[in-house]
Design a protein around this ligand. Sequence first.
Ligand code: FES
Length: 108
Amino acid sequence: MTIDVCALGDIPEGGCLAVTVEQTPVALVRTEGEVFAIFDRCSHADVALSEGDVTGCEIECWLHGSSFDLRTGEPLSLPATAAVPVYPVTVTGEGESARVAITLAPTP
Ligand code: FES
């Protein structure tokens, strides 16, 4: 199910926009010229990844410092050991008004 979520300009460059899509918390991350969508809960404890720092294609959990790959959801450092779901993103249009849509089914 692909769902229109926001305009590209709603997501800060190098940062996150926290949204709720069909009752699923999602962090939209704009970095490296791309938009990524990742489940907005750390797999280590129930805190929002959208409140963490983005570096390149990684987001760092603010609580204990695990980083997750935004492309795969895989943890890159301890203490988290489980992946977080990521979702395909489609950007349609040009400039800051381009529309951002996500597909909610987790990628395999
Ligand atoms: S809650 Fe995210 S690393 Fe511990």
